[in-house]
Design a protein around this ligand. Structure first.
Ligand SMILES: [Zn+2]
Length: 712
């Protein structure tokens, strides 16, 4: 799939075909040795009745093949590039046993993909395509199998032997050559794709916790580290317990294994990896020394432990049909870890701090990516090297797409949050697809179908442009107050710049959470979600007794650049009185001049080209104080909408009042520093896609960027 004989192969999403064979069970036996590990792979394989008859082609890399047996007998095979090709297989659709014996050299595996040795211990990393470095296999996420794994190794050097699922047997090995050796046998009760396989063997110690779920089931939680680090694992364990409880309470998703393990290692390409029941973490996201760890360190650990745990359902129980659907699991799971952190934070202002952090990451990392040569849709159409697609677009923008789906799943009776509707959608998603490998379309359809009267259901085909169109949309807002008619007309205009391969864009579905404030900060019109679907649309608020100040894009309800011309006095009003804490913060950003309305069309992630500060804020303190209105009349407001003909940027009715060129492409370093200090660096580390060299050439998305490989 990557580079064969010097030629890059472009993989196209449109070329997807179901696998020609299905692997039902996998029975793996490892004799672990750093120099030469022997891997015996016994599989039950059958032809896929939905695919045309053809040869079986198994992926393999850096393997020494010793033996291939079909139903216990030798068979003919050939090696073509990195594939083992079997043509003379039993006819019909009955399963047959395929046995493959290979060896590999974990100590020489410096790619850290597949099976490798770190600090005298064995670890694995298989996402996205590392399992083929362990054994020959159909290394694609839509082949889901039941795994039994037996690990055999020297008992003194490798006292701990771990794999996915539940431990069913263990003990010393007997017989000649097995002196001092032992084994452990693991059975994973859930089918999984091979990228979720994991094993760990080494000298490790563990912190343990027994918990009882809401349904009364008992589980064992374990955090494994090197000896000496045990005193730094309490917070990771607490975070894991909180994650288990949260997913059950918020989404009704319980822990589905007898035990759940986290293992920390210092040699790890990724932030962390959600292998079924055996998450492997970079030590950075497990260990916290209570004497020296900062609030940021604690928050990082909680967030990453939560993220990987939540994959147990969103990613593992339902996985991706192909790697183009990566945001199916990552966007959704980032959204879930964001919600988890917010729920853990508790108070509205603490929740808002978390939301601000997430929006800052989006603005400082994803918006530049979306405006640069590497811009790509949340669901790409092609790739050369999938490891380069663990990007801030797939993760963070993908999470914003899920968040918008939640907002748009709201029904009038349930308020504006959409939380109930989204939970219904998740329930339907699992009813339909548990145990399957599916697409982003399947997910969106489930959320919409569970809420048939929602805006999401009504607008689904157009909404899905968020998956297919790259680039950060601009939304320009302008308001006009008619004192005689007591109406306020808000006109929203959207556009989206060209991105590589996409010269023009169709309008997005953009939920704009909006409220109107009176001169004394009172709400003239309560928060509601305006759904922008056209290039330009006007929304008329009726019964507005005095000239209002709009509070738009509350909670950052869509990943867009909002341009809105308000006076300093109006920003001050929002800063003082907006009941939406995110917009209070945003008003401060606009006011202190550190947020610019940059075009952001040529940003570069390295900081070169980050939006410049606009200093031309006309500090006319009195300007805008003339916002009219005395009474707070909150009643009788009706909203109707109409589409204004014509597109293009709307005129600014207030353009002449000296004030800031509004809106936020970049956060204020100063204020952010006050909020959380080095917090922003956490994501930069936690989201390894930022390891991408800045502006890595004018290659477009289909080219590999060497050295970029990381995920969480
Ligand atoms: Zn993830």
């Amino acid at each position: 799939m990557t580079f064969r004989e010097g030629l890059a192969t472009v993989v196209q999403r449109a070329d997807y075909a179901p696998p020609a064979y299905l692997i039902e069970t996998v029975d793996l036996t490892f004799d672990l040795d750093p120099a030469k590990t022997r891997v015996l792979n016994r599989m039950q394989v059958r032809r896929n009745p939905d695919a045309p008859a053809q040869a079986l082609r198994l992926d393999g890399e850096d393997l020494n093949l010793a033996r291939v047996l079909v139903n216990g007998a030798g068979t003919s095979f050939k090696l073509e590039g990195n594939q083992l090709v079997l043509e003379n297989l039993p006819q019909g659709h009955e399963p047959f046993e395929l046995e493959i014996f290979t060896t590999c050299a974990p100590a020489r595996n410096t790619q850290l993909m597949g099976l490798y040795v770190s600090n005298d211990s064995f670890f694995t990393q298989c996402e996205a395509e590392g399992f083929r470095r362990i054994t020959y296999f159909l290394d694609r996420p839509d082949v889901m199998a039941s795994y039994t794994v037996t690990l055999r190794a020297d008992a003194a050097k490798y006292p701990v032997l771990l794999s996915n699922g539940n431990l069913v047997d263990s003990g010393p090995l007997s017989g000649p050559g097995n002196e001092g050796r032992h084994f452990a046998k693991w059975v994973d009760p859930h089918k999984k794709p091979c990228y979720l396989f994991a094993l760990v063997a080494g000298l490790l110690v563990q912190r343990e916790q027994r918990i009882v779920s809401r349904s009364g089931t008992e589980h064992l939680l374990q955090v494994y580290v090197r000896p000496g680090d045990l005193d730094k694992t309490e917070h990771a364990m607490n975070s894991l317990m909180a994650s288990v409880a949260w997913d059950e309470a918020r989404f009704g998703l319980p822990l589905d294994l007898e035990r759940f393990m986290i293992v920390a290692t210092s040699d790890f390409n990724m932030g962390a990896m959600e292998n079924k029941g055996l998450n492997i973490f970079n030590t950075k996201y497990v260990l916290a020394n209570p004497a020296t760890a900062t609030d940021t360190d604690f928050a990082n650990i909680e967030s990453v432990v939560g993220h990987e745990y939540f994959h147990n359902w969103t990613g593992n129980r339902i996985t991706c049909r192909d790697w183009f659907q990566l945001s199916l699991k990552e966007g959704l799971t980032v959204f879930r870890d964001q919600e988890f952190s917010m729920d853990m934070a508790g108070s509205p202002s603490a929740r808002a701090v978390k939301r601000i952090e997430d929006v800052r990451v989006l603005r400082t990392a994803q918006f530049p990516e979306d405006a640069g040569p590497m811009a790509h849709p949340v669901r790409p159409d092609s790739y050369v090297e999938i490891n380069n697609f663990y990007t801030v677009t797939i993760y963070e923008k993908g999470a914003e797409v899920v968040r918008m789906m939640q907002t748009l799943a709201a029904t009038p009776a349930e308020g504006t949050s959409g939380r109930d509707g989204f939970a219904r959608g998740m329930k339907l998603y699992f009813q339909r697809h548990d145990g399957q490998a599916v697409t982003c379309d399947d997910f969106a359809q489930a959320i919409a179908d569970a809420n048939p009267h929602s805006d999401l259901a009504r607008l689904l085909p157009q909404f899905k442009r968020w998956y297919s169109q790259a680039g950060t949309p601009r939304v320009q807002a302008s308001g006009q107050y008619d004192a005689a008619a007591q109406t306020y007309t808000l006109t929203l205009t959207q556009s989206c710049p060209a991105t590589p391969g996409q010269p023009s864009k169709e309008p997005f579905v953009i939920p704009v959470s909006a409220a109107l404030l009176g001169a004394h900060g009172e709400e003239l019109a309560p928060a509601r979600t305006l759904v922008l679907t056209q290039a330009t649309e006007s929304f008329v608020f009726e019964g507005i007794a005095s000239e209002p100040t709009p509070s738009l894009l509350r909670g950052f309800s869509a990943p867009v650049l909002l341009q809105m011309d308000l006076t300093d006095a109006q920003w001050l009003l929002l800063l003082a009185h907006d009941t939406d804490p995110f917009n209070r913060w945003e008003a401060g950003q606009r006011l202190n001049g550190s947020v610019s309305w940059a075009s952001s069309s040529s940003h570069c992630p390295a900081g070169r080209g980050l939006p410049q500060r606009h200093a031309q804020r006309a500090a006319a303190p009195g300007a805008g104080r003339g916002v009219q209105g005395t009474g707070a009349h909150a009643a009788g407001r009706n909203l109707h909408r109409g589409t204004v003909a014509g597109g293009g940027p709307a005129a600014h009715p207030r353009g002449a009042r000296g004030h800031a060129p509004a809106t936020g492409a970049s956060p204020s370093r100063r204020l952010a520093g006050r909020l959380r200090g080095p917090q922003r660096h956490r994501r930069l580390h936690a989201r390894p896609r930022l390891q991408r060299p800045p502006c890595a050439g004018q290659h477009g998305v289909a080219h590999a960027v060497p050295g970029l490989r990381a995920k969480r």
